[in-house]
Design a protein around this ligand. Structure first.
Ligand code: PEP
Ligand code: MG
Length: 316
């Protein structure tokens, strides 16, 4: 049955009643583009640019090298969307030349946008490289910052984009609970949100995502996490802006339906998951997704939330 469903769902992501949900790919660089295209990704929802920096011999890659890498990705999705995340260094992705050596709590330290605001030349070079890479291409470039906590962070990022002459949509990741709680305020500065559910779970449960003993808190079905997703998605809806998910949560087909039911407008995931999510979504109406989302949020734990969503969807 699963194979038949996989074969029957092709093309853009949508619910069975025609509600469009773009299915995008998470990539780490040009080498991942072929798999994304093969899976039928409608674009890139998360380009993790830190890999370019990790492989760059202890310093930031030159502007020229960055332009080449970004251009290869942008060219692969003519007319499609490409969401590039600026460098997310620190915590689980330390970079010797940027990350403070001794922090008592690296996950709560100088990482993501915080690192870039302390090294404005690195951010500026990256934004300029993105502007140059997009020149003359029909692609729809979106650029977002990781680890944004509040409106002041969002403002600082949008200012840096404008100063670098970048013509693109600017957005922020929602991966710190404060940004979800005050999403409407953050949205006064930027045009879209993208939920990073991996870090959002880490910070919601105060449980380091790298500590195996705490893995249960990293379960993206946790109702507390779903509440924060709903808050961000509702704020974006009220502002007429988009709110995607680019964390691991989006790659679980059942959870993907729940996220759509919570108001999420696009889903980005590893390429391999796209056909499964597309197939599952194509079997559900928007109203079913909404009922599954309510049942999941009314639960008392991750496992219960999954079971509740499953039971709503299999009972219909
Ligand atoms: C996330 O935190 O959910 C996310 C998508 O970013 P990363 O996993 O790269 O931290
Ligand atoms: Mg993250």
């Amino acid at each position: 049955e699963r194979r038949a469903a996989l074969a029957s769902a092709t093309g853009p992501g949508a619910t069975s009643d025609g509600h469009k949900v773009p299915l995008l790919a998470n990539i780490g660089g040009p080498a991942d583009v072929a798999d994304a295209v093969e899976a039928g990704a409608e674009g890139v929802g998360l380009f993790r640019t830190e890999f370019l920096f990790l492989d760059s011999g202890g310093k930031a890659p030159s502007e020229k090298k960055q332009v080449e890498a970004y251009r290869q990705v942008l060219e692969a999705f003519p007319e499609g969307r490409v969401v590039v995340r600026v460098l997310d260094a620190g915590a689980d992705k330390p970079l010797d030349f940027l990350t403070p050596a001794e922090e008592p709590n690296p996950a709560l330290g100088v990482r993501g946008l915080r690192t870039l605001l302390g090294h404005p030349e690195v951010l500026r070079t990256q934004l300029r490289a993105l502007a140059r890479a997009a020149e003359g291409l029909p692609v729809y470039l979106e650029v977002m910052a990781p680890m944004v906590a509040d409106r002041a962070d969002a403002r600082a990022f949008a200012d840096a984009c404008r100063d670098a002459g970048l013509r693109a949509k600017f957005g922020v990741m929602v991966e710190v609970p404060s940004a979800a709680l005050r999403a409407r305020s953050v949205l006064q500065e930027v045009e879209f949100l993208s939920l990073g559910t991996n870090d959002l779970a880490q910070y919601t449960f105060a449980a380091d995502r790298q500590v195996g003993a705490l893995a249960r808190y990293q379960d993206p079905w946790q109702p507390a996490l779903l509440d924060l997703v709903a808050m961000a998605a509702e704020a974006a809806g009220a502002e007429g802006k988009s709110c995607g998910v680019c964390g691991e949560a989006a790659s679980d087909p059942l959870l993907a339906c729940v996220l759509v039911g919570l108001g999420v407008t696009s889903l980005s995931m590893g390429a391999k998951a796209i056909p499964y999510v597309r197939a599952e979504l194509s079997r559900r109406t928007m109203a079913q997704c909404e009922r599954a989302a309510s049942a999941a949020r009314a639960s008392d734990g991750g496992e219960q939330a999954r079971a509740a969503a499953q039971s709503v969807l299999s009972g219909e």
